[in-house]
Design a protein around this ligand. Structure first.
Ligand SMILES: Cc1ncc(COP(=O)(O)O)c(C=O)c1O
Length: 378
């Protein structure tokens, strides 16, 4: 099955009880049980499971070719549940430029459980190897990373980790299951913020996890039930609907991103462009080996603050907001938005300058986007 067919078939898209062509919102907290002694019914209470949520979970398992998937109330709910698989005394390695929420969870919450998080440059396997300790129990991958689209070699990392018996996790939000399949490259757990491309309409927060490991799945089922972070029925339904058009949306967004990255390279006011398939990208060969294209997100640095302020004032099409992955183009300023919690020194250390902008390309017509960017730059 190719992508656009796969997004519409092979998981619950038709309601098995009524034949409705859209899985209904099973808006209920509890389920009537027929008797006390008969066979156990599949659903009892929505925090433990719900048919609308189950359809989404099966859909994500289908997209990732995984045996199991779980849906959470946000990307961060999914990520924090995964990090809670660690135990007191464990050490986890994460990329320096890991998503801000994950960084905050690892630095502000994990230490109270005596779990140590170390943030390192993950572009080199050798560097990762040097940071592995006896008690390293998890390596957390995010490639391409936010906002500089740095790349790490997924297969290289999973080969190293499996040799040492270390669990691997990949945040696949930027590429999505359509364009990068970390589980097939040996990762144990994949997570995506479905808030972004999967839902695609900037109207929901949701997180999805997939794994082929039965024991990990069973633990995460327990966490989903006991931490109570399962996604709500309304949100699950919206993500299920968004997912059906994800292939077409992403195809257009990626096309726009590729063309815009090339256009920005020619612009005098632009000092640098970050996009993982550009030949200027130091690890574009690694990215091309593990992903189908460069994705729909790029970043660029303007020459100075004056150019930055005038660009933001003049741009008309992209909205200025945090987040990414919507049908509308979204521009964000990492210094004052996603990375505002870092000190200037920490941002500099990561390579994030004050004039850096991140653009999540939407599905608008390319010519309109190019014209708007050109007039805002000049
Ligand atoms: C790469 C990445 N991972 C995880 C998250 C967290 O997702 P959510 O906002 O759905 O909790 C985000 C949010 O921006 C993200 O960009």
């Amino acid at each position: 099955m190719d992508i656009n067919t796969k997004l519409l078939h092979g998981y619950p898209v038709v309601d098995p009880f009524t034949g409705a062509a859209s899985i209904p919102k099973y808006q209920t907290s509890t389920f009537n049980q027929k008797d006390l002694t008969g066979p156990k019914q599949p659903y009892s209470y929505t925090r433990f499971g719900n048919p609308t949520v189950a359809a989404l979970e099966e859909g994500y398992a289908h997209l990732t070719n995984a045996t199991h998937a779980l849906a959470f109330a946000s990307g961060m709910a999914a990520i924090s549940n995964i990090l809670m698989l660690l135990k007191s005394g464990d050490h986890v390695i994460l990329p320096i430029e890991v998503y801000g929420g994950t960084c905050q969870f690892a630095t502000a919450i994990l230490p109270s459980y005596n779990i140590e998080a170390e943030f390192i440059d993950m572009s080199s396997i050798k560097n990762i190897e040097q940071h592995i300790r006896e008690n390293t129990k998890m390596i957390y991958i995010e490639t391409p990373s936010n906002p500089l689209l740095k790349v790490s070699d997924i297969k290289g990392i999973t080969d190293l980790a499996s040799e040492k018996g270390i669990m691997t996790v990949a945040d696949n939000t930027f590429m999505t299951a359509l364009y990068q399949q970390p589980l097939e490259l040996g990762v144990d757990i994949v997570i995506e913020s479905a808030t972004k491309f999967i839902n695609g309409h900037s109207d929901v927060v949701c997180g999805l996890i997939a794994t082929n490991d039965e024991a990990i799945y069973e633990k995460l089922v327990l966490f989903q039930k006991n931490f109570g972070g399962i996604v709500g029925v309304d949100d699950a339904w919206l993500v299920l609907r968004g997912m059906k058009t994800m292939g077409l949306r992403m195809e257009r967004s990626v096309y726009n991103a590729e063309k815009i990255a090339e256009f920005l390279l020619t612009q005098e006011k632009v000092a640098k462009v970050y996009y993982p398939t550009l030949s200027q990208h130091p690890l574009s060969d690694v990215h091309k080996k593990q992903a189908a294209n460069g994705g729909a997100v790029l970043s660029f640095e303007l020459r100075d603050e004056e150019a930055l302020n005038s660009f933001i004032e003049k741009k008309q099409i992209p909205i200025l907001a945090v987040s990414l992955g919507g049908v509308e183009s979204i521009i964000s300023h990492p210094t004052t938005m996603s990375h505002a919690c870092l000190t200037e020194e920490e941002r500099r250390h990561q390579g994030i300058s004050n004039t850096l902008l991140r653009l999540s390309c939407g599905i608008e017509d390319l010519d309109d986007l190019l014209q708007d960017l050109e007039q805002a730059l000049n």
